[in-house]
Design a protein around this ligand. Structure first.
Ligand code: COA
Length: 322
């Protein structure tokens, strides 16, 4: 038994912000950002919420598969930037799209969130608990970014991507590897609320994303190829057998190049969209999947690897037949 992705969808905020636009806010340049990251522009919310973007992505994924919202049993949203603590984004999305039968909840594993949510949905379906699931990665990181910090504000973008997966009788290759290392969590942080009650008031460290870029870079180029090889070994495959690596880390093209090199693969096998959308954390993989599917680049039977890494620290990889 396995699961099959039968529909994809994505949604980006309308407003596009170029590197030149950012150069008006902080001391940077289009040249610096392109050379160090590969990013040219990103979409930034001017009111679109995580729930609204998620709902739009879900509706497109359902339309793509020709499936009604009422058929969905499970609705998972991976996000680290919800507008509210409760209700969770997944319940808001359920209400908007009318997925009345679904059980809905959120999951936060930062940039690895979509993969961890896909794995969770896979486990539910593999054990026969649910048959049809919407899995979403969605972020409005622009509300967590310090717009005076040139080291981080140039990297991130807002958006949402969704896939509709269903239980399938085929024995497709579907292997997951997941890892977490909380002892290194300090290299990428963002506080939300301070503790303030009648008995204590603890000041907030910072409500904005704080990142040790070099530490994350070094972690990514080492751990991602390792975990991709681990997942491939479980599937009885090698990197040469893979048609396409849908790498999460659309944060930096240099990271992608370095991972391709470590895996001894042509970088052409690693599609990128970071030039147009930046790093959208958990939304990156499903948005890229949707773009590739709509462009006709994902063909039935292709061997695909997805991999993500981010705050936590968390990282993981998935091997599947498209
Ligand atoms: N424009 C111009 N100069 C900038 C800049 C910007 N936007 N951001 C940083 N700089 C400067 C720094 O101040 C520093 O100047 P100094 O040498 O005078 O101190 C210099 O550029 C080099 O900074 P450094 O941080 O070493 O650059 P880098 O080559 O490591 O690139 C990142 C920075 C953030 C692009 C890179 O480290 C990275 O992509 N890391 C991974 C981040 C990531 O993946 N995050 C998401 C995880 S979910």
């Amino acid at each position: 038994m396995s699961i099959k992705i039968i529909g994809t969808g994505s949604a980006l905020p309308e407003k596009k912000v170029t590197n030149d636009d950012l150069a008006e806010l902080v001391e940077t340049s289009d040249q610096w950002i392109r050379e160090r990251t590969g990013i040219g522009s990103r979409h930034i919310s001017t009111g679109e919420t995580v729930a609204r973007l998620s709902a739009a992505a879900c509706e497109r994924a359902l339309a793509d598969a020709g499936c009604a919202a009422e058929e969905v049993d499970l609705l998972l949203v991976a996000t680290c930037s919800p507008e509210s603590g409760v209700p969770c984004v997944a319940c808001q999305v359920q209400g908007i799209i009318g997925a009345s039968k679904a059980v809905a909840f959120d999951l936060n594993a930062a940039c690895s969130g979509f993969l961890f949510a896909l794995h969770t949905a896979w486990a539910y379906m593999e054990t026969g608990i649910y048959r049809k699931a919407l899995i979403v990665g969605a972020e409005v990181l622009s509300k967590l970014v310090d717009w005076t910090d040139r080291g981080t504000c140039i990297l991130f973008g807002d958006g949402a991507g969704a896939v509709l997966a269903e239980h399938s009788g085929h024995n497709d290759v579907f292997r997951f590897v997941q890892h977490s290392d909380g002892s290194r969590g300090g290299s990428l942080t963002c506080d939300t609320r301070r503790l303030k009650n009648p008995y204590v008031e603890i000041p907030l460290q910072s409500p904005w994303i704080q990142m040790d870029g070099r530490e994350i870079f070094a972690f990514a180029v080492r751990r991602v190829p390792e975990c991709i090889e681990e997942a491939l070994a479980q599937a009885g495959m090698t990197a040469d057998d893979v048609d396409m690596f849908v790498l999460l880390h659309q944060a930096n093209y240099r990271i992608i190049e370095s991972i391709a090199k470590r895996l001894k693969q042509d970088v052409k096998k690693f599609p990128v969209n970071l030039e147009r959308v930046g790093n959208m954390s958990s939304a990156t993989i499903p948005v890229l999947l949707d773009e590739l599917k709509r462009a006709g680049r994902l063909k039935d039977g292709m061997s695909v690897v997805m991999s993500g890494f981010g705050a936590g620290l968390t990282w993981g990889a998935c091997v599947m037949k498209w």
